[in-house]
Design a protein around this ligand. Structure first.
Ligand code: ATP
Ligand code: MG
Ligand code: MG
Length: 350
């Protein structure tokens, strides 16, 4: 493959385009917003909606393989595109990941536990589901949620369910049982065209206001728990006939067992540390996988902490730049807004 198409023009697309350029690939980004983070570094941009038929036809014509940087590419558009050009990860992965109900059923079918869950399509469904979970649970939109958006937590039966269905927009919802986890971890794994699998070490993640704040390596988990995360990733990748990088989030319980939370069929924020602490980053790994190249070595050479720069955190960049143990990575966004991911830093701990 000489030219790689990337659907989506955010920071993940930008970092994929950078990794692709380093391996001599051209990249064409499909993104409706001009001057997006990815277009600043990609070889070219097609400015159109992600499901625009003419734009997808042009992308297929110009590219040897097409990938994506976000999981909400319409499945029908991805399937249509796959008739003309290889699309990796496979559209089936999009289908399984973009609806939390489908996703949890799929993960359970792989033999991996998740929180218990009920589909919620009405206020009556919500009340019945909460009653089943003793008044506790996390209510989420089935589709399009990210950074904790589209969620409501019920901590006890004292929390009133009234109006809960309408408050999340009267769209299809899921109520998950509340998991009292000890910590949150994620694993970044890759599967090549030849079926080879490479897993990075699990990261321990801390969220702030629903947004990932830090990913720390190593995670404070046992070797058994780390192995369980790897085994779960291998099952999911094999079941999907996956090609590319995937991010899978877990809750680790006090007894060391894991409950899968969600998966993202793309490079993942909790894998940004790999660019500083591994020879081959998750971005290069994804490009290698979709281009049919051998996967790189996922072994970590340093302990580290990745921290997101959200909104005005960007003002701390001059301080980070003065440190000799920190890699700074900025996304080219000119306007800082609360909650907006502006960049990240990775501090090596040697
Ligand atoms: P992301 O930005 O990672 O895609 P998201 O908006 O898709 O996030 P989730 O990962 O499902 O949302 O949930 C966000 C956070 O809320 C989790 O990382 C966890 O801290 C908490 N959470 C989610 N589901 C549960 C649950 N069932 N029990 C307890 N806490 C939960
Ligand atoms: Mg998510
Ligand atoms: Mg999440």
């Amino acid at each position: 493959a000489k030219t790689i198409g990337i659907i989506g023009g955010g920071q993940l697309g930008r970092m994929l385009a950078m990794a692709a350029a380093r391996l001599n690939f051209q990249t064409v980004v499909l993104e409706p917003l001009a001057d997006c983070p990815a277009a600043q570094v990609a070889s070219d941009q097609i400015i159109a909606a992600y499901d625009d038929p003419a734009a997808l036809a042009e992308l297929a014509k110009r590219c040897d393989v097409v990938t994506y940087e976000f999981e909400n590419v319409p499945v029908a558009a991805a399937e249509r595109l796959a008739k003309d050009v290889p699309v990796y990860p496979p559209p089936k992965a999009l289908e399984m990941a973009q609806d939390r109900l489908t996703e949890k059923r799929f993960i359970n079918d792989c033999g991996i536990p998740t929180a218990r869950f009920h589909a919620v399509d009405s206020q009556a469904d919500l009340e019945a589901a909460l009653a089943d979970f003793g008044g506790q649970g996390v209510l989420k939109t089935r589709r399009l949620g990210y950074d904790g958006k589209g969620q409501r937590v019920y901590r006890s039966s004292a929390d009133s369910a009234e109006g809960g269905y309408a408050a999340l927009g009267s769209v299809p919802l899921i109520l998950e049982s509340f998991v009292s986890f000890e910590r949150e971890i994620s694993i970044i794994a890759a599967r090549g065209l030849d079926g080879a699998i490479a897993c990075y070490d699990p990261a321990e993640n801390i969220h702030r206001d629903g947004i990932l704040h830090t990913s720390t390596l190593p995670a404070s988990i046992s070797a058994e728990t780390a192995a369980a995360a790897r085994e779960a990733a291998e099952k999911i990748l094999a079941a999907l006939g996956y090609v590319g990088v995937i991010g899978i989030e877990f809750f680790a319980l006090a007894d060391g067992s894991l409950i899968a939370n969600e998966m993202a069929p793309r490079v993942h924020n909790s894998g940004h540390w790999t660019e500083a602490a591994c020879v081959v980053s998750q971005f290069e790994q994804h490009i290698r996988a979709v281009a049919g190249l051998p996967l790189g070595n996922p072994v970590r050479h340093s302990d580290c902490v990745m921290q997101n720069l959200i909104g005005d955190d960007i003002l701390s960049v001059p301080d980070w730049l003065r440190r000799d143990d920190v890699l700074v990575h900025l996304y080219g966004k000119t306007e800082s807004r609360p909650g907006r991911k502006m960049g990240h830093i990775t501090q090596l701990r040697r």
